[in-house]
Design a protein around this ligand. Structure first.
Ligand code: GLN
Length: 487
C-alpha cells in the first residue's frame, strides 16, 4: 500500500492489524512519530502518553496473536481533555485543573479501553468546552491542519485537528452547542453527536449538563459507526443515560437513501451563510437527491431564538457546575495561600479561570438570581420547548434534516477573539440540535477558499442509524473524505 500509516482510515488500520501486516506496536510507533513530526505546528495534543500507548499496544498485540480482541484492539486514538482518564492528567483546557489526575476513567473511556483502544493522549480544547475556536484554551491555540493560519473550530478543536492531521485514527470529543460538528466541519473530518442520553456522561467534566453529549471524530462515516458502537449504551451511574438497546450501527450503513425524505430548513440558510459554503452544501444535497432521496423545504420557525436561549441555559448550568472549583478540590496548584476562606476562593477562581469562563459564570449567576430567574431561565426553558417542538413537527414530515454546519469556513486565528457575539454566531446552525436533544453529524462536502466545509445531518431522537445511512451513502459517491491536508 502506497499511503503512509497516518493517511489510513480506522477501518484500513483494522484490516492491516487483522491480516497481521502490521502490529499495533508498529502502528502506535508510527503515530507517535507523526505526532513528533507535525504536532509542533498543529498543537492538537495537551498531553501525549507514549509509554502508556506502547504498553497498551503490546497488550493488544498479544490479544491479536491469540485471535482475540475487540473492534478497537490495537487502534491508536485520542480523547478530548474534558473526559477523565485514570492516571492521566485531565485539565479540561483550564489552568484551574492543571494538576488534576483523575483516579477513575470516564465510563466511555472504560468502554473504549475494554474494546482495546491504544490511548495516544489528550486533545486540546476551549476551557471547559466554552468556545468555537480553541483559542479559549488555558494553554495554547490549536491550528487547522488545512491552513495553519486558521482556527480548527471548537471547543473540540484538538480532536478534529488531530484526526485531520493523521495523529490518531479516531478521537472522542463533546458537543454542548456544536463542539463536535463545527470543528469537524472546519477540519474536513466526520464529527458525530449522538442523541442526548445515548452515550454516558459519567466522567465527562460538566459544562451544561442538559446539553453535553460525547461522540466520535473519524475520517469516514463507517469509522464513526464503529466507535459509536463501542461508546453507546446504558450506564447506571449516569441518571440521564438511556436504558435502550444499542442497535447494530455498522449494519445500518448500507441502507441507502432511496425513498428517504430529507428536510432542508430555510432558516439555516438565512444566517449570513457564505456563497461558497452554500454552494457546497447545496451540491451535497443534490447528490443525495440523485441517489433517490426526496428533498423537501421545511421551516424551523424558532431557530432565531436558539442562540439567546442557549446563552441563558448553558451559562446558567455552567455557573452551577463550576462552583465546585474552589481551590480545595482537584489539585492545589492555583490555591491562593495565606488568605481567609473567602479570599482564597476569590483569588483562586479569578486566577484559575480564563475570561470567557468568568463571563459565562457571571451571565449564568445573573440569570439564576432571585428576581431574574423567571424572566431569564424560566423563559428560556419555555422557548427551548418551542424549539424542540419545531423539530418534532418537522420529523412528522421528513426522515432527517440536512443543511450547513456553520455559515462560514474556519476563520483566521485572532479574528473573533475580541468579539464574543461574533464568536457565538459560529454555532448558529448547531445549537438548536442540543436544545432539542437530537443527534447531529457533520461530514466533509467541499471547500471554501481552500478551507473545508461540512454538511450537517440531523435525525429524530435515537435515529442515529438514519444519519449513518445518509452519510455513508454520500461518502460512497464522493471523495472529500479521502483528501488529506499537506502537512
Ligand atoms: N461554541 C459553543 C459555546 O461556546 C458550544 C460549545 C460546545 O459545544 N461545547 O458554548
Amino acid at each position: 500500500m502506497a499511503s503512509a500509516y497516518h493517511d489510513l482510515t480506522l477501518a484500513q488500520a483494522r484490516e492491516l492489524l487483522d491480516q497481521g501486516e502490521v502490529t499495533s506496536r508498529e502502528l502506535t510507533q508510527a503515530m507517535l512519530e507523526r505526532i513528533e513530526a507535525v504536532d509542533g505546528q498543529v498543537r492538537a495534543y495537551l498531553t501525549v502518553t507514549p509509554e502508556l500507548a506502547l504498553d497498551m499496544a503490546e497488550a493488544a498485540d498479544e490479544l491479536l496473536a491469540q485471535g482475540q480482541g475487540g473492534p478497537l484492539t490495537g487502534i491508536p486514538g485520542g480523547i478530548k481533555d474534558v473526559l477523565c482518564t485514570q492516571g492521566v492528567t485531565t485539565t479540561c483546557g483550564s489552568k484551574i485543573l492543571e494538576n488534576f489526575v483523575p483516579p477513575y476513567d470516564a465510563f466511555l473511556v472504560k468502554q473504549l479501553k475494554e474494546a482495546g483502544m491504544v490511548l495516544l493522549g489528550k486533545h486540546n480544547m476551549d476551557e471547559f468546552a466554552m468556545g468555537s475556536s480553541t483559542e479559549n484554551s488555558g494553554f495554547f491555540t490549536t491550528r487547522n491542519p488545512w491552513d495553519l493560519d486558521a482556527i480548527p473550530g471548537g471547543s473540540s478543536g484538538g480532536s478534529a485537528a488531530s484526526v485531520a492531521a493523521g495523529t490518531c485514527y479516531f478521537a472522542v470529543g463533546t458537543d454542548t452547542g456544536g463542539s463536535i460538528r463545527q470543528p469537524a466541519s472546519h477540519c474536513g473530518v466526520v464529527g458525530f453527536k449522538p442523541t442526548y442520553g445515548r452515550v454516558s456522561r459519567f466522567g465527562l467534566v460538566a459544562f451544561a449538563s442538559s446539553l453535553d453529549q460525547a461522540g466520535p471524530f473519524t475520517r469516514t462515516v463507517a469509522d464513526a459507526a464503529a466507535v459509536l458502537q463501542v461508546i453507546a449504551g446504558h450506564d447506571p451511574s449516569d441518571s440521564t443515560s438511556a436504558p435502550r438497546k444499542v442497535p447494530d450501527y455498522t449494519a445500518a450503513l448500507n441502507q441507502g437513501v432511496q425513498g428517504l425524505k430529507l428536510g432542508v430548513p430555510q432558516e439555516f440558510f438565512a444566517t449570513g451563510i457564505e456563497p461558497e459554503v452554500e454552494a457546497a452544501v447545496n451540491k451535497a444535497i443534490a447528490e443525495l437527491a440523485t441517489q433517490g432521496a426526496e428533498i423537501i423545504e421545511i421551516s424551523l420557525p424558532h431557530t432565531e431564538y436558539a442562540l439567546p436561549v442557549y446563552y441563558i441555559i448553558a451559562p446558567a448550568e455552567a455557573s452551577s457546575n463550576l462552583a465546585r472549583y474552589d481551590g480545595v478540590k482537584y489539585g492545589l496548584s492555583l490555591r491562593a495561600e495565606n488568605a481567609d476562606l473567602m479570599d482564597m476562593y476569590l483569588t483562586t477562581r479569578s486566577q484559575g479561570f480564563g475570561d470567557e469562563v468568568i463571563r459565562r459564570i457571571m451571565l449564568g449567576t445573573y440569570a439564576l438570581s432571585a428576581g431574574y430567574y423567571e424572566a431569564y431561565y424560566g423563559k428560556a426553558g419555555q422557548v427551548r420547548t418551542l424549539i424542540k417542538q419545531d423539530f418534532l413537527d418537522a420529523f412528522n414530515q421528513v426522515d432527517a434534516i440536512v443543511g450547513p454546519v456553520a455559515p462560514t469556513p474556519a476563520f483566521d486565528i485572532g479574528q473573533r477573539v475580541d468579539d464574543p457575539l461574533q464568536m457565538y454566531m459560529s454555532d448558529i446552525c448547531t445549537l438548536s440540535t442540543n436544545l432539542a436533544g437530537l443527534p447531529g453529524m457533520s461530514l466533509p462536502c467541499g471547500f471554501s477558499g481552500g478551507r473545508p466545509v461540512g454538511l450537517q445531518i440531523i435525525a429524530p431522537h435515537f435515529a442515529e442509524e438514519t444519519m449513518l445511512a445518509i452519510g455513508h451513502a454520500y461518502q460512497q459517491a464522493t471523495d472529500f473524505h479521502w483528501q488529506r491536508p499537506e502537512i
